[in-house]
Design a protein around this ligand. Structure first.
Ligand code: HEM
Length: 479
């Protein structure tokens, strides 16, 4: 801590003076829960302008909220890479996963991971996504038709975990229950919850976070359960691929990754090992269900608050003759313009990751701002998404139509829900497809209603790895 405090950053930038250990986490009200990180960053922008300093505990960062500054950082992948604090933090959870790697190691993994999440590779899962959504409606929503649902955030997570289970393994995770009732979805939830509680949110020293997790029997149980399932699937898949003709195309994410292990003999040193595949699968499952389910929760909440938007969405389905028994196809989804705008607006208004971290690998100057090697840079996505300089229609309002005309082409970097540059989200094609399918299918069959004063449907925000709605209590009607 003392070493970090003595680092040679210039301290010329405006910002709140840091406190010992807590930096700015306490004096901005983040630790006490008065505000979330994006709210604090928005308040500081109001006070200090487009560039200010922020201390994440003992770590000094420069926060940027102007598009030309952000463009500068994202354009130069050699000077700015993902922040070491991020790779070390996620490294405690997945030491050999893409998000925890930098440099050549990142490139070696990215070569396998990025292509397998591209749109053409995930499109074959369209019917699986629809089937999972139908099961969600039939089993979770229709049983309590007309009632107020207060568990929609958790239910959205279950749905997305279902889908990623099929995409990753061709397995129905919901039906995989172990003898003591501690199943894989539970294990993943504990893994995320405890990992977040001790490391991802509080900015405590890594060694302490690691120690706490090592001593946490719950966390260790979750890890063991995950390893048990995932390594079993990897082994089964390896055996299957050895038996079958090696030209058989991989069917799911794990089999694509296992095919990468197989290449080892021919391209030693460039392929992935089984343990690396385990970490990548865990990361993709976590990234795949935590993020998209958060966006889905915001969708449900906003539909209850903006009935006119929900009606327009349903009107578009009618225009395409999409009655509940009509199948959704890729062509229909691609032609639905309002659906596209709605997805964009949800991710603009409530970005799942409201800040994106980078770190300078050498000294630099951004528009007169002195950056020293090792300085952390925070790209304030939420500030950019709400900045009236970059949006023609009032950005503080939820208006999907903005993307039809006036704000169809926002300035480069004013809209970046998936981050940007070489470390942009690997799963964005999958996420966009999932969101469109889920929204269209839900709107074919269900209406979300604000119950008024009967229940607490006031929104607000909680920050875990992503920022999701705090108070959601929505009445669900089957059409
Ligand atoms: C609405 C859904 C999603 C949102 C808003 C989102 C957003 C993001 C953001 C902001 C980043 C950091 C980008 C940066 O640093 O510039 C990221 C990274 C990443 N995302 Fe997503 N994500 C979503 C869904 C997914 C899904 C479905 C997957 C995969 C199954 C995924 C996999 C990843 C991975 C592997 C990275 C790390 C990439 C790297 O470090 O090279 N994401 N995501």
């Amino acid at each position: 801590y003392s070493r970090l405090n003595r680092s040679n950053h210039t301290e010329k930038l405006p910002g709140i003076k840091p406190q010992w250990v807590f930096g700015n986490l306490y004096n901005t009200g983040i630790v006490s829960g008065r505000v979330t990180l994006p709210e604090a960053i928005a308040e500081l922008k109001e006070k200090y302008g487009d560039v200010f300093s922020f201390w994440f505990g003992p770590y000094y960062s420069i926060v940027l909220s102007r598009i030309d500054h952000v463009q500068h950082v994202l354009a130069d992948r050699h000077t700015y890479d993902i922040a070491e604090t991020t790779t070390r933090t996620f490294g405690i959870l997945f030491p050999r996963g893409l998000l925890a790697l930098r440099g050549d190691e990142w490139k070696r993994h990215a070569r396998f991971i990025l292509p397998m999440l591209k749109r053409a590779k995930v499109l074959p899962y369209l019917d699986t996504m629809i089937a999972c959504t139908d099961r969600f409606i039939d089993e979770k929503l229709s049983r309590r038709n007309g009632e107020i649902h207060t568990d929609l955030v958790e239910q959205s997570q279950r749905l997305l975990l279902d889908i990623i289970g099929f995409i990753a393994f061709d397995y129905d995770l919901d039906s995989l229950s172990s003898h003591d009732g501690y199943d894989l979805p539970h294990a993943f939830n504990d893994f995320v919850r405890l990992g977040n509680q001790f490391i991802l949110k509080n900015g405590i020293p890594f060694w302490l976070g690691k120690l706490i997790l090592r001593m946490s029997s719950k966390y260790q149980r979750a890890l063991r359960t995950m390893k048990h399932y995932v390594l079993n699937v990897i082994n089964e898949e390896q055996a299957r691929q050895q038996e079958e003709n090696s030209t058989t195309k991989p069917k799911n994410l794990v089999s694509s990754l296992v095919a990468a292990i197989k290449k080892e003999s021919s391209e030693r040193g460039t392929s992935l090992t089984p343990n690396e595949v385990f970490d990548e699968v865990s990361l993709l499952i976590l990234a795949g269900f935590e993020t998209t389910s958060t966006a889905l929760s915001w969708f449900i909440f906003y539909m209850s608050k903006y009935p006119e938007v929900q009606e327009k969405m349903k009107a578009e389905l009618k225009e395409h003759n999409l009655t509940p028994d009509m199948p959704l196809t890729k062509e229909i989804l691609d032609s639905m313009m309002y659906l596209d705008c709605l997805v964009k607006e949800i991710l603009r208004f409530s970005p799942i990751a409201p800040v994106v971290p980078r770190q300078a690998t050498c000294d630099d100057i951004i528009d007169g701002i002195e950056v020293k090697k090792g300085d952390k840079i925070v790209l304030a996505i939420q500030n950019l998404h709400r900045d009236p300089r970059y949006w023609k229609i009032d950005p503080s309002k939820f208006i999907p139509e903005r993307f039809l005309h006036e704000d169809k082409h926002p300035p480069h970097c004013a809209y970046m829900p998936f981050g940007g540059g070489h470390r942009a989200c690997a799963g964005q094609d999958l996420a966009l497809l999932e969101l469109k399918v889920l929204i269209a299918r839900l709107m074919q069959r269900v209406t979300f209603i604000d119950p008024g004063n009967e229940a607490n449907n006031s929104g607000g925000m909680i920050q875990r790895i992503t920022c999701y709605p705090k108070h959601v209590a929505v009445r669900v009607h089957l059409d």
